[in-house]
Write a protein that binds this ligand. Structure first.
Ligand SMILES: [Zn+2]
Length: 318
């Protein structure tokens, strides 16, 4: 038995929580008209219940077979077919797509061309590659409804797309903004940092009222994107100030020939100085802001992008 003392955190703000789950462990709710969303409290999926079939957007394995239950429940209530005819991948990651294999071979799978390439590479039977792919934009029309899929460059992943529902006042963009919560480790484990940082502004350029972010227990609003952007901007501002104010000399002097120890000491000091005021400011505002490893690792990721992508602090030897 371990006797480790687990850390305590401030309570999750009420505004960050969503509706209660049912006895099967999910909640399904109407976004608008016949667009619905499903959550298990941590992950989110969505579907259009049209007269000609159900269009599913993402299939997180944590929701798993509850996707079928949610679709059946809604289809029965709305008096439409419960046949899932289309499945759209937001991106290739297994935590959002790993239950795709639960749906019939007859389903039409739609995704970005890069999603297809990555899924063929990953060769995971739970995530069959999409047969219908696109490069820039694709209008999916099923049963008199439409979803506008668009790729605006890599962000969280190399293939993450925007799904706009113009007739439902909604936008789905997964793994960028966690409504009411901070991003998890390393900027939500994002691969293209400048792309990730620019994504919320692209999202707000679309007209919508409801935001489906793929995570946690409630839908997002435009205010959630503003708050997320403020959190990120504060990290960027503090990172820039820390880069300008932390003196690397003591670290390199102490570690001498062990250059990597000097680098680690210096970068850790810059990261700590930049993250501390952000953690203090957002604790109690964004849930899990005080889970220090999240804000600290996100700050580290942004700092490295400032160095490596933007050239901040880069000096040419005289
Ligand atoms: Zn992802």
């Amino acid at each position: 038995m371990t006797s480790a003392v687990l850390p305590d955190y401030v309570p999750v703000p009420d505004a960050s929580l969503g509706p209660a789950l049912n006895e099967n462990g999910y909640y399904v709710g109407r976004v608008e008209r016949n667009l619905f969303w499903v959550t298990d409290g941590t992950y989110q999926s969505a579907f259009l219940a049209t007269r000609d079939g159900v269009v599913l957007f993402d299939a997180p394995p944590t929701i798993g077979h509850n996707l079928r239950r949610a679709v059946d429940e809604v289809a029965a209530r709305e008096g439409v077919t419960n046949t899932v005819t289309h499945l759209v991948y937001s991106h290739h990651h297994a935590d959002h797509a790993g239950a795709a294999g639960l749906f019939d071979d007859g389903v039409v799978r739609v995704g970005h061309a890069e999603t297809r390439r990555l899924l063929l590479r990953d060769d995971d039977p739970n995530r069959p590659a999409p047969q219908v792919t696109f490069g820039d934009t694709y209008t999916l029309r099923v049963g008199g409804e439409r979803a506008e899929l668009a790729f605006h460059g890599p962000n969280h992943s190399p293939d993450n797309i925007y799904v706009h529902f113009p007739d439902h006042d909604a936008l789905m963009l997964v793994d960028v903004v966690n409504a009411g919560w901070v991003p998890i480790y390393n900027l939500n484990l994002s691969e293209d940092v400048p792309g990730y940082l620019a994504a919320p502004e692209r999202a707000t350029a679309y007209p919508w009222k409801h935001f489906i972010g793929g995570h946690l227990g409630r839908l997002g609003t435009r205010d959630d994107l503003v708050l997320h952007q403020q959190y990120i901007e504060d990290i960027v501002d503090n990172a820039r100030a820390a880069l300008a104010s932390v003196d690397p000399t003591p670290y390199f002097r102490k570690y001498g020939a062990n250059a990597w120890a000097g680098v680690a000491g210096y970068l850790d000091a810059v990261t700590e100085r930049a993250a501390a005021p952000v953690i203090a400011k957002y604790t109690g505002v964004l849930a899990a802001a005080d889970v220090a490893a999240f804000t600290t690792s996100t700050t580290f990721t942004i700092l490295q992008s400032m160095r490596l992508d933007l050239g901040a602090g880069s000096q040419i030897h005289p």
